[in-house]
Design a protein around this ligand. Structure first.
Ligand code: TPP
Length: 663
């Protein structure tokens, strides 16, 4: 049992590492680590199940620093508890180029960082996915293999962000009782006191969303321990409102916004050294305190080795499946399942919307890949995200595979990231493409983290018809393509849809968005190919009858229009080829030779996509012809809208011919 004095000195080690690292970097946020050091010390020395020597241990408790600006709190903990890659040198190089100690915690930089945080609210919203993932994996593999908590430290900023409401409502609804959130209740944000902008009774708010919530003194180690103990035995998620002081110990800046986000300066730091009676120089931890921390960091070894013993003794099939799923590898027969399915599609030639093609592909995928977890933000029937295998996950049955996320696109995307990061699961969720804007902050983070989150975005153009311009994406393809490391797919038919799903599932380090139509489309890939042609990003779908005068590039629903335009142009004696472009990002990754060959050297290059032109010039050149949208859409039938906006085979052929004649 740690004495109060020992606890205090251990907490002070966090405080000094943090304030000294910020000082050396001449940038960063000392206030949060200084205020929350007691909470972190109690958690990491008395409750958290972890082993720094086995940081990827599947059944570890997760700790998520949602208030990512307080990154030095996490880095200090990782160093003190003995994570090998978090050396004192890394701490000294806080925020420097090439260090693991980035300004905000970044997933993949150092072990022990469970998710990237910094955009406030994201970590809290991810944690719903982590906690749900734990319950789903527990239902699949039992208490012996999966039984852990998800702890979160969130600040005022996290709780003010809208996504937090989506997250806490979902967690409360799903009764994720192993989710425990500490709120750093310090009444300070950047502009000053929180009361400048907010007077919410946070405890009442969480309680109203189905949580346990109570106030404690966030510097009282016994109160913290008592609250955690109670939370661990609760049948609801728990929020512990911890009264703290930002920059605790800094003589004049404590309790003020001056301690939030800039170095404290030598005088304040000297004052803090006096206040805490801490005479070690910067980056030196007294040997007995470092020892105590390292001992705490070893406390989980027994739990980890016991767990390994249970895994070794588990039924061999269960063990193999657990290991496969947590390694992120797909079942061995996955590729052949998709190839067989593609063969069938090329023979059947269905004429269905790609959202329906997606459902058909998912029916096959969900049958072969038991770790997929589907969902939708209240548009299940429109997004076609549910299949025969995916029944509803409820608080009484986590052993199912479908999440009704409610009308919470942002919360859904963040939870998908959390499910993905938890491990053992492949999560996808749907909404209307236009509302990808509502999910975008989490989609961007999926890309930054390099994880396999999958976003299903249906109703991908004016083709959705009468719902009108509020619902018609126009700039969304361009906007999503602008996110680095994000595969944005717009498949043209059922075969391409199956191929795009295959790539999405196989892309372990890149999230995917599938842009899917509401309107029916013919099968254009009528000849079976074993090879996944969509994986090249773009490929020649129809060759010209002679030396090509025109190349038409198109995506999704406009591939049919491109083929129609080709027919007209060929009839008029202009050899024309059509290139289907299901994914810009993947095409950009092809060899120069392949790109050159696919773009070709036809004198007229044209692109057809029912969205804005932005991004297309790199295929058609700035003098290429673009058939698409130049502004918002309109309400009307699909039969009216395409001609109204000039997106037809006739209009495309006419534009090409006009250009040919002008030559
Ligand atoms: C989405 C988002 N908006 C704005 C910011 C910039 N920002 C960083 S910290 C912060 C204030 C947070 O206040 P609080 O959570 O109370 O943290 P504390 O001051 O207690 O450290 C803001 C606005 C951000 N990181 N993320």
């Amino acid at each position: 049992m740690t004495s109060r004095e020992q606890h205090d000195r251990m907490a002070n080690a966090i405080r000094f590492l943090s304030m000294d690292a910020v000082e050396k970097a001449n940038s960063g946020h000392p206030g949060l680590p200084m205020g929350c050091a007691d909470i972190a010390t109690v958690l990491f020395t008395r409750f958290l199940k972890y082993d720094p020597k086995a940081p990827h241990w599947a059944d570890r408790d997760r700790f998520i620093l949602s208030a990512g600006h307080g990154s030095m709190l996490l880095y200090s903990l990782l160093h003190l508890t003995g994570y090998e890659d978090m050396t004192i040198d890394q701490i000294k190089h806080f925020r420097q180029l090439g260090s693991k100690t980035a300004g905000h915690p970044e997933y993949g930089h150092a072990t022990g960082i469970e998710t990237t945080t910094g955009p406030l609210g994201q970590g809290l919203a991810n944690s719903v996915g982590f906690a749900l993932g734990e319950r789903i994996m527990n239902a699949a593999f039992g208490n012996d293999l999966v039984d852990h908590y998800t702890y979160v430290l969130a600040g005022d900023g996290c709780l003010m962000e809208g996504v937090s409401q989506e997250a806490i409502a979902l967690a409360g609804h799903l009764k994720l009782n192993k989710l425990i959130v500490f709120w750093d209740n310090n009444n300070i944000s950047i502009d000053g006191p929180v009361s400048l902008a907010d007077n919410t009774d946070q405890v009442a708010r969480f309680q109203a969303s189905g949580w346990n919530a109570s106030h404690i003194d966030g510097t009282d180690s016994e109160a913290i321990a008592y609250a955690i103990e109670a939370a661990r035995h609760s049948d609801k998620p728990t929020m512990i409102a911890c009264k703290t002081t930002i920059g605790f110990g800094a003589p004049t800046k404590a309790g003020t916004n001056k301690a939030h986000g800039s170095p404290l300066g030598p005088d304040e730091i000297a004052g803090a050294r006096k206040f805490f009676n801490w005479d070690s120089p910067p980056f030196e931890i007294p040997a007995d305190i470092l020892d105590a921390w390292r001992t705490a960091g070893k406390a989980g070894v027994k739990a980890r080795t016991d767990w390994e013993g249970r895994l070794a003794k588990a039924d061999p099939k269960l063990k193999a499946e657990f290991e496969r799923r947590t390694s992120g590898k797909l079942p061995a027969n996955f590729d052949s399942v998709i190839a067989d399915y593609k063969k069938k599609l090329s023979a059947d030639k269905p004429k269905v919307a790609t959202r329906k093609s997606s459902e058909m592909a998912l029916e096959v995928i969900n049958g072969a890949v038991p770790e997929t977890i589907g969902g939708s933000a209240d548009l299940t029937g429109s997004n076609n995200t549910k299949t025969s295998q995916t029944k509803n996950i409820t608080p009484d049955d986590y052993g199912q595979r479908y999440v009704h996320y409610g009308i919470r696109e942002h919360g859904m995307a963040a939870a998908i990231n959390g499910l993905t990061l938890h491990g053992g699961l492949i999560a996808y969720g749907g909404t209307f493409m236009c509302f990808s804007d509502y999910a975008r902050p989490s989609m961007r983070l999926a890309s930054l983290m390099g994880i396999r989150s999958i976003f299903v975005m249906t109703h991908d153009s004016i083709g959705l018809g009468e719902d009108g311009p509020t619902h018609q994406p126009v700039e969304h393809m361009a906007a999503l393509r602008a996110i680095p490391n994000h595969n944005v797919f717009r498949p043209a038919d059922a075969v391409e849809t199956a191929e795009c799903w295959q790539i999405a599932l196989e892309s372990e380090k890149t999230p995917s968005t599938l842009a899917l139509t509401r309107q029916n489309l013919p099968t254009v890939r009528t000849e079976f190919t074993e090879k996944n042609l969509s994986s090249q990003g773009a490929y020649e779908l129809a060759a010209a009858s002679g030396e090509a005068a025109v190349t038409i590039f198109a995506t999704g629903s406009e591939v049919e229009i491109a083929l129609g335009a080709r027919d007209l142009l060929e009839k008029h004696g202009h050899p024309t080829r059509v290139v289907s472009v299901p994914c810009f990002e993947l095409f950009d990754k092809q060899s120069d030779a392949y790109r050159k060959k696919t773009i070709g050297d036809a004198p007229i290059k044209m692109a057809i996509e029912a969205g804005i032109r932005q991004g297309w010039d790199h295929l058609i050149g700035s003098d290429g012809i673009f058939i698409g949208m130049t502004g918002f859409g309109a309400s009307g039938t699909i039969e009216q809208l395409y001609p109204h906006f000039g997106i037809t085979a006739e209009a495309a052929a006419k534009a090409a011919e006009a250009r040919l004649q002008g030559r």
